[in-house]
Design a protein around this ligand. Sequence first.
Ligand code: HEC
Ligand code: HEC
Length: 346
Amino acid sequence: MKRKSLSWIIFVVSVAVVIVSAIYVIYFGAAATQEDISLTTQSEAGVSRVIVVRNDEPISPIAKPTTLDRRAVELGVAIFHDPRLSHDNTISCASCHDLVAGGVDRLPHSIGVGGKEGDINAPTVYNSSLNFVQFWDGRAKDLAEQAVGPIHNPIEMASNWAEVLPKLNADSDLVAQFKSVFGAPPNEENIIEAIVAFERSLVTPSRVDRWLLGEDDAITAEELEGYRIFIRHGCIACHQGEGIGGNLYQRFGIMHDYFDDKRTIINSDFGRYNVTKRDDDRYVFKVPTLRNIKLTPPYFHDASAATLEEAVARMGLFQLGVEIPAADIEKIVLFLQALTGEELEQ
Ligand code: HEC
Ligand code: HEC
């Protein structure tokens, strides 16, 4: 009984926090628009431009890490593409996280060993190092813990260390490389270390980051307007910080119950509830990053939105309780597309 009322209080407090931050960002968004207008007028009038580092924005710029061990990263690339991590040597991490396709497979559900289909949409591995926890339901606390998951998952790589280690250790070239980089042949720890080093390198700065660092021309006026509208509508309450997402949990369906009129509800729809078994965590997910979102359709954990326009409209309805006008959706999408890492732009 006591525990129940405590979770009720926590629930009420979190709802209050979301409402207050939404009000804050709506106000903040409007103020920022004003400020921006004066900046534009200045440059239009030919006044020499001052480089402003925009450190008062609710999203923050990212940069490629410079301290990673390059040789560990290279080994990580090899392991990430190595099908020997799977039971029948057919599936590598890259099978589902294709680096030239935005770090995803662009399928509603991934296909693992033996053609087995998963029950949730694959998120991108780009910028996953910025996430506060891994997986839609946050069941892995970091990338090292995450990496073990797919190897053992029966519908993904369907394998285990006892099977993988002898295979990798039979490859004398690979053993030599591991010895030279880690001082030991492939084992659980250094394989994971290599994968994580590689994943940490997958940080993708975009034109928006250059703009955040003060380069006015890095994004177009329309993209900037899309960003302001994104703030004004309150998207920023959940998609914020370095990842423009990836730093908090939220329920899918705050203003409208998304799952009310959904076709069959399956286990993966329960989200964080599957980890904590707390009723308040039902339908709660890690807010996903919006970086490279243009490259990673279909959208949502259940792949229920085919296009970005559809996803944005649905976010307005279910998360904010508003029907976002088509013209606003179009501009928000332009902003979201500008979040594509420049190295990934075709
Ligand atoms: C069969 C397809 C498949 C394979 C193989 C696979 N993944 Fe995934 N990956 C997924 C799916 C699906 C999810 C989401 C699962 C969930 O959240 O419950 C995921 C989630 C992740 C995440 C979390 C991202 C986030 O935003 O939470 C990371 C990181 C990741 N995978 C890395 C890897 C690595 C490293 C390997 C190889 C060791 C790998 N994956 C192999 C399909 C796959
Ligand atoms: C109250 C928090 C919240 C607000 C406000 C919010 N979102 Fe989301 N957003 C989420 C959550 C949670 C998900 C993951 C839902 C799922 O798949 O279960 C998500 C998913 C998305 C996705 C799909 C990401 C992917 O990888 O599939 C897009 C695109 C998106 N949001 C854009 C927006 C836009 C644009 C707005 C404003 C109109 C917005 N969001 C407002 C919480 C929020």
